[in-house]
Structures are given as C-alpha cells and as structure tokens.
Design a protein around this ligand. Structure first.
Ligand SMILES: [Zn+2]
Length: 154
C-alpha cells in the first residue's frame, strides 16, 4: 500500500516507534522539501558519479537531483553525501545493494524513510567508517536529511 502525502505528514507529526521505509504515492517526495529547512545542499557531479560507481550504474540512470545534509566527517573530513547513507544500509544489511540501485533508478515508484522514535539509524562515514555525529539533523520538526527524485529520509 502506498502512503499519501497527508499520511506521511501525519506520521512526521506523530512518529511511529520504529524507523521504517514506506512506498509513497507519486508526487509526495516533490512536496516534502517545502517542509524542509535550507540545510540540504545539492550533490555535485563527482559525488553523484561516486554514488553511481558504488551502485554499479551509470550516473544518468540515477534519478536526481540528489540533496544531502551539509555535513563533514569529524574524523577524516570527508564531505557527507548520499553514498554514506547508502553504504551504511548495505554494510548493516538493512537493504541490499541491488534493492537500493532499484530504488534510486526506478521511474515508477518512490519511497520515504520515516524516522521513528527510536531516533533513526546511525550513519557511518563511507571513507573511515566512523559514526557521523551531530549536525545530521537539520533543526526540529519535519525535515529531510537526504533526498532524490525517488527517495527521501524524513
Ligand atoms: Zn570519515
């Protein structure tokens, strides 16, 4: 079952216990950024290529534009991108690389991960493996830490 925009917004106001990913109706993701503080930056071409290499697809197959929270790893100074979130999920076996490739290249479906009251998933730096601390959440209320045309974390 796909969630509507209203259902997603309701869940953001009264968050479920556990962080979970839901398939959503088309158009929902495009509307979510209106609730998002200006803490996301667009990913540059090199960063999109790095993500594409990891997913073993061509950069043009990925359904951007990709936005990510503006953050730098405090251990190795890597600039945080979508890849850090993707690699964390694959390494933790939350999602397979094939699944994530489908999600980020699919022209039909879109998904939103709703952070639960469990606080969400820790994110590891793709370079040094340290947990990325602080500044990953951009302000209170409704926000998105990273998004593409087909996927958002809210
Ligand atoms: Zn690092």
């Amino acid at each position: 079952m796909k969630l509507s925009y209203d259902e997603v917004v309701r869940m953001l106001r009264d968050r479920p216990e556990k962080t979970r990913t839901y398939e959503v109706e088309s158009g929902v993701i495009e509307r979510l950024p209106t609730d998002t503080p200006a803490c996301l930056r667009p990913m540059n071409e090199d960063e999109v290529r790095e993500l594409a290499d990891y997913l073993q697809v061509s950069p043009s197959a990925l359904r951007g534009p990709f936005h990510v929270v503006d953050h730098t790893c405090s251990s190795c100074a890597r600039t945080t991108t979508f890849l850090d979130f993707v690699k964390t999920a694959v390494d933790a076996q939350v999602h397979g690389r094939d699944t994530l490739r489908s999600v980020l290249t699919d022209a039909e479906a879109s998904w939103v991960t709703v952070r639960g009251r469990d606080g969400g998933r820790p994110v590891m730096c793709a370079d040094c493996g340290d947990v990325l601390l602080g500044a990953l959440k951009c302000g209170g209320g409704e926000y998105s830490e990273y998004s593409s045309a087909t996927y958002a974390y809210a």
